[in-house]
Structure formats: structure tokens, C-alpha cells
Design a protein around this ligand. Structure first.
Ligand SMILES: Nc1ncnc2c1ncn2[C@@H]1O[C@H](COP(=O)(O)OP(=O)(O)OP(=O)(O)O)[C@@H](O)[C@H]1O
Length: 275
């Protein structure tokens, strides 16, 4: 059964901000192929600043992220991890090169189209949780669906809420939840709409190791059990060991790529990259 964003017995959320125009991104779409990557970048270049010392944060980077896989993006500080994620998520625009999300070339989309794309096709988990403090856990989880005017699949809501162990916390405000519980709310919010990709930016950066391990397990389970695609930026080799694959950046380029990373193999690669 599907219904508009209001499962559970708790009070309905405050009216959300008025939805923006429902203009969908339309240019440059090609049919999806099952085997096509969820996200791919080609020749991706991002230069900050135009003066005497421009910074080349991404330098002609090529990378594919497979559907239904959990990939960690790693690399030394300043190597371009966040810039890559922001360009792939439509939060920033590249200087040149292209990014495809499924069948859509997002390069060159207008702000309004990028807003619609982020709202409808992408989920986010940030280090700082980014929950609205005046909304309950349930209201926070449902907010993106409300803003998008999207119907909520009750079975998926129940599955996601139970998977992250939030059933008895749905009526709590974020201030009444631990950091780990708040990040679990953020994970549930990101997963609810079954986005084409969930981008997680240092999702365990503000958590103790036990809460961090829980959140990483939920992300991994979402890939295994729900077929979710997750792309995570992290500095933490332990966090990367939860992923199916780790890619390594240095100076805005992809310099290494390993399957089934372990904490040790990731540490080893990072030590060499810092040389
Ligand atoms: N808005 C900006 N203006 C100017 N330079 C920027 C901006 N954002 C990032 N940079 C520069 O681009 C390069 C890549 O930055 P980015 O934040 O993508 O790296 P990162 O690998 O995510 O780093 P960290 O691990 O420290 O978060 C760095 O040299 C950074 O200083």
C-alpha cells in the first residue's frame, strides 16, 4: 500500500515549504541499461579561483560507480573528495567534463533542474546529521517526500525504520536523541525514497566508534538488502572496510581502486599516497 507521507500514529508534520516547480531535468537523457553505472564522471575538472593561483581540485577525473554497490572515496586532505561528491550530487558544477546520473547528463543542468534532481533522485547523509530541530524523528524522515509531494511506500518506511532501530524513537525531537540515533534518522531519511544513489559525506565523523559501526552497517545492509547504491567520502580506513570498493584520489585524479577493502589494505594505500 502506498500513501501520502503520513505513516504511523504520530501527529502530522508541520506544512512543508511550498514545493518548487515540478520541472524535471530533461536534457540529454538516454535509456537506462541495467548494467550502466549509477553514476559516472568523465574528464571531470573543477578549478577554483581565476587569479594567479587557481586551484585544480579535480583534474580530468574518470570514474564509474556501480549500481547496488557501496563505494568509499578516499585520499589525502585536499585531494578532491568533497569536490567530486558535490559535482556528482549536483551541489556544485564542474568547470569541464561530464557527470551522468543514470541516463541523465547532469552537466549543464540549470539550478532549478539540479534542485529537482537532488530532491527526486539522490539521498544525502552528512557528517553534521542536518536534521531540522523542531521536527520529530518521523517528521524528519518524511520531510523530503513531503517537499517533493511524493507518496510514501509504507512497507519501505516500516522496513527502513525497523532496520535502523528507530521504531520507539519516532516521536522524539533530535535534541532528545544521541548522535548515533540522529545519524540513523538521517540514514532512514536518505533511504526512504529509494534514490538512485545515496551520497554519504563523512557519515561517522561525529560519532563514537560503536555508533559509527552501526551506521556503517545500516548503509551496507541497504546495499545488500535493498539494492541501494551508496557512495561515501571518508578519511577512516575502518569505515572504508564496510564498502565493496575503495577508490583513492590524489591531486584531483583517481590513483587507485581496490575491491573488498580491508582496514589494513586501505591504510597501506593511504600511507603510500601521503608519501
Ligand atoms: N570553495 C573553494 N574555493 C577554493 N578552493 C577550494 C574550495 N573548495 C575546495 N577547494 C580546494 O580544492 C582542493 C580540493 O578540496 P576538497 O575539499 O575537495 O578536498 P578533500 O579531499 O575533500 O579534502 P578534506 O579531506 O580535507 O576534506 C583543496 O585544495 C581545497 O583547498
Amino acid at each position: 500500500m502506498s500513501r501520502t507521507a503520513a505513516p504511523g500514529p504520530s501527529p502530522a508534520p508541520e506544512p512543508p515549504p511550498a514545493p518548487e516547480s515540478s520541472t524535471s531535468p530533461e536534457p540529454s537523457t538516454v535509456p537506462d541499461r541495467a548494467s550502466a553505472p549509477a553514476v559516472s564522471a568523465r574528464g571531470l575538472t573543477k578549478v577554483y579561483g581565476t587569479g594567479a593561483t587557481p586551484v585544480r581540485a579535480l583534474d580530468g577525473l574518470d570514474v564509474d560507480f556501480d549500481r547496488g554497490a557501496f563505494t568509499a572515496i578516499m585520499g589525502p586532505s585536499g585531494s578532491g573528495k568533497s569536490t567530486l561528491m558535490h559535482c556528482m550530487a549536483g551541489l556544485d558544477t564542474a568547470t569541464s567534463g561530464s557527470v551522468r546520473l543514470g541516463g541523465t547528463d547532469i552537466t549543464g543542468l540549470k539550478d532549478r533542474q539540479l534542485t529537482a534532481l537532488r530532491r527526486e533522485r539522490v539521498g544525502f547523509v552528512f557528517q553534521a546529521f542536518n536534521l531540522l530541530p523542531m521536527l520529530t524523528a518521523e517528521q524528519n524522515i518524511l520531510l523530503p517526500a513531503q517537499i517533493a509531494g511524493r507518496r510514501v511506500d509504507t512497507a519501505r518506511f516500516d522496513h527502513v525504520v525497523d532496520a535502523v532501530g528507530l521504531r520507539d524513537r519516532l516521536g522524539h525531537l533530535p535534541a532528545k536523541l544521541s548522535g548515533g540515533q540522529q545519524q540513523r534518522v538521517a540514514v532512514a531519511r536518505a533511504l526512504l525514497g529509494a534514490p538512485e544513489v545515496v551520497y554519504a559525506d563523512e557519515p561517522t565523523g561525529n560519532l563514537d566508534s560503536r555508533s559509527g559501526a552501526e551506521v556503517l552497517s545500516f548503509l551496507r545492509d541497504s546495499v545488500r538488502e535493498l539494492g541501494q547504491t551508496v557512495v561515501m567520502v571518508t578519511h577512516d580506513p575502518v569505515a572504508a572496510s564496510y564498502a565493496d570498493r575503495a577508490v583513492f584520489l590524489r591531486d584531483g585524479r583517481l590513483v587507485d581502486d581496490i575491491a573488498h577493502p580491508s582496514t589494513e589494505t586501505v591504510l597501506d594505500r593511504l600511507v603510500h599516497l601521503e608519501d
